[in-house]
Write a protein of this length. Structure first.
Length: 391
């Protein structure tokens, strides 16, 4: 048996007045996801427990069958793995965004979706400015810093405080003074940087500083194959997901044209998933676009992104006769522009059928699977429990 999971990041939402009281999932044209629901069975998945912030890191670990309580240390080290950065036992890896903060307010958590090339040039100006800290450019606004001999810090995701004053949300804890020095160094280095001068001249937002968050040490994640006896692959344009895959020993499948944004190549992701499933038992197709649209607060873009995800599902259904599942990792409601920990709808085609007619939040709430805890999702999908985990 072979399995493909298509995950639309942040795809779930709330009823929206301008959509006639429908959610974006209910409003969008999704004949293929509806087919998965109609020919399979649905339920709700609790991917984030109350003790965790509702991040894509914890949520995707749960969907992939891992209990965050035993293997999650922070988002930073997961992204470090994707970038090929080997962490020493005393290192902390922090994700940092290039952000726009003006007059003490978080104006934009991604500096106008700054390009990777622009970001790399800005980050180059930081190298060597803060002893004991390495800065690593990533994709667009998503970057990484490694702090040697660190002890940790309490931080806030920048996408949670857009439009708010930053002062109450600055890092706190043992590493806070060092992280603050990094932010101050970035503010000074970026102030008159050629990249920002060019962006301002073009009417774009400048990257005024960096915002470190979600730091942690190297985690211990059991190998996917050892847990399930199946080979697995990951398709994602986001370092976080690829980092989880690398720690889990899954194949990281690079897809040309996959961007982690609204302009991603949906068709290419479907093609590469179909190619990968020929040699693998399990393929996880992650699509970031709905989450980005949710953070933007754009109903139109979120509907368009959901329909893009549906196109991936359609291509897979047309050419694959194994088990197909579709779900989000967490909601990213347009109203809030950030994540929530509400349970998400899932549908599985390839086993039980429950008569659900369409795929949506409300329809899935009445599905035969009921409410399922996140780490139990793959047990449900595979119809078996994982092998005993190593401590």
């Amino acid at each position: 048996m072979k399995y493909i999971v298509v995950l639309g990041d942040g795809m779930a939402d709330e009823p929206i007045e301008e959509l006639g009281g429908k959610t974006p999932l209910e409003y969008a044209d999704t004949p293929n996801m509806d087919r998965v629901a109609r020919e399979g069975a649905c339920g709700l998945l609790r991917t984030v427990k109350d003790v965790y912030e509702p991040g894509s890191d914890v949520a995707n670990l749960s969907v992939l069958g891992y209990d965050p309580g035993t293997c999650y240390t922070g988002r930073g080290p997961l992204e470090a793995a994707s970038m090929g950065i080997d962490l020493a036992p005393t290192d902390y890896a922090y994700r940092f965004n290039l952000v726009t903060v003006r007059r003490g307010v978080m104006e934009d958590f991604n500096a106008g979706h700054i390009t990777s090339q622009e970001g790399a040039a800005l980050i180059a100006s930081l190298q060597g400015k803060v002893p004991g800290v390495e800065f690593h450019p990533g994709i667009s606004y998503r970057n990484l810093m490694v702090v040697h001999g660190a002890k940790g810090s309490v931080t806030t995701p920048p996408h949670d405080i857009v439009g708010q004053e930053t002062a109450p949300h600055l890092p706190d804890g043992p590493d806070a003074p060092l992280l603050s020095r990094c932010m101050e160094a970035a503010t000074a280095a970026f102030a008159d940087h050629p990249v920002n001068r060019a962006r301002i001249a073009a009417g774009k937002l400048p990257a005024t500083t960096i915002w470190p968050w979600s730091g942690g040490k190297r985690p211990s994640i059991p190998a996917f194959h050892e847990r399930w006896g199946l080979s697995g692959g990951m398709i994602s344009a986001v370092d976080l997901l690829n980092g989880i895959a690398r720690y889990a020993g899954m194949e990281v499948i690079q897809v040309p044209g996959a961007t982690g944004f609204l302009d991603t190549d949906y068709a290419a992701k479907a093609r590469y998933a179909l190619e990968a499933i020929e040699r693998l038992d399990f393929v996880y197709v992650h699509v970031e676009a709905p989450d980005e649209a949710g953070h933007m607060g754009s109903v139109e873009e979120k509907v368009r992104a959901i329909e893009g995800v549906d196109g991936i599902v359609g291509t897979i259904l047309d050419h694959f006769d194994g088990t197909v599942a579709v779900l989000p990792d967490h909601p990213t409601p347009i109203r809030l522009k950030t994540h929530t920990r509400d349970p998400v709808p899932f549908a599985i085609r390839g086993g039980a059928r429950d008569g659900t007619a369409v795929y949506s939040e409300r329809a899935a709430a009445n599905g035969a699977f009921g409410l399922v805890e996140g780490p139990d999702f793959l047990s449900l999908l595979f119809g078996k429990k994982p092998f005993e985990q190593k401590e």
